[in-house]
Design a protein around this ligand. Structure first.
Ligand code: AMP
Length: 233
């Protein structure tokens, strides 16, 4: 099968495990959101980003949104009972049947256990891995201008040093990109995600993809590994 043609097998009418439901997991700095959008476009399924669903609910200022906001503002995980309602709204029965690329869920073994909230068990779980050293290099090297233009000291430096090429303003480090903060975020990430990876590996769903390198190369690798995992040539 050609890369990009991964079908995940025939779609079961019940939306069973054959539906193209793909979960994407990745450390901070792994390029997860970019790759989720690209993979969804390649597979022709929606990209469901749980963070975006939550922000939309918060913006609507519903009771659910107001409650979720109190956790998000503190940088805490939103309780599972709220996430469940948000997912049920975002993953309609048709979406569950046709498939999706899910980004930002599950974040714990408890969430992974609730396959009903995901519209059924995933067909595959792609883990974009990079070394912690590379994650720190990517995140701690980012520089922002106040208008939101993003640079990287090594990968995409400004021609004007620490000034924005587009508006000349001074580039800054985002507080959560400071090296010591990145290292703390990575420790927390591993603590939460490693049991999840073990679980999916045991279930035979885990597809490990090296996320080092250019985004287009990583996107191709994701499709190739998914194709290999689906059992088709
Ligand atoms: P993100 O856009 O993925 O960084 O998510 C933004 C915020 O939404 C997080 O800081 C959490 O407060 C919340 N959130 C996103 N996904 C989940 C999840 N699976 N479980 C609980 N809270 C979540």
């Amino acid at each position: 099968m050609m890369p990009g043609m991964w079908s995940g097998g025939p779609t079961a009418p019940t939306g069973g495990p054959a539906a193209r439901r793909v979960v994407l997991l990745g450390a901070p700095g792994s390029g997860k959101s970019t790759q989720a959008a690209r993979l969804a476009a390649s597979l022709g399924v929606p990209h469901i980003a749980v963070g975006d669903l939550l922000r939309a609910v918060v913006a609507r200022r519903t009771a659910l949104g107001r409650e979720a906001a109190t956790f998000m503002e503190r940088g805490e995980l939103v309780p599972d009972r709220l996430i469940r309602d948000v997912l049920i709204e975002g993953i309609t029965p048709q979406v569950a049947l046709d498939g999706y690329v899910l980004d930002g869920y599950p974040r714990s073994v408890e969430q992974a256990t609730d396959t009903q909230a995901m519209g059924g068990p995933p067909r595959a779980v792609v883990h974009l891995w990079i070394t912690d050293q590379e994650a720190v290099r990517r995140l701690a090297g980012r520089r922002y201008c106040p208008e939101g233009h993003v640079y990287h000291l090594e990968d995409a430096p400004s021609r004007f040093g620490l000034r924005c090429e587009l508006d000349g303003s001074r580039l800054v480090v985002r507080p959560d990109d400071r090296e010591e903060v990145v290292r703390d975020r990575l420790v927390l990430y591993h603590r939460r995600i490693d049991p999840l990876l073990n679980r999916y590996a045991r279930e035979g769903l885990l597809v490990e993809v090296n996320a080092t390198g250019e985004p287009e190369d990583v996107a191709r690798r994701v499709l190739d590994e998914l194709t290999a995992a689906s059992g088709s040539p």
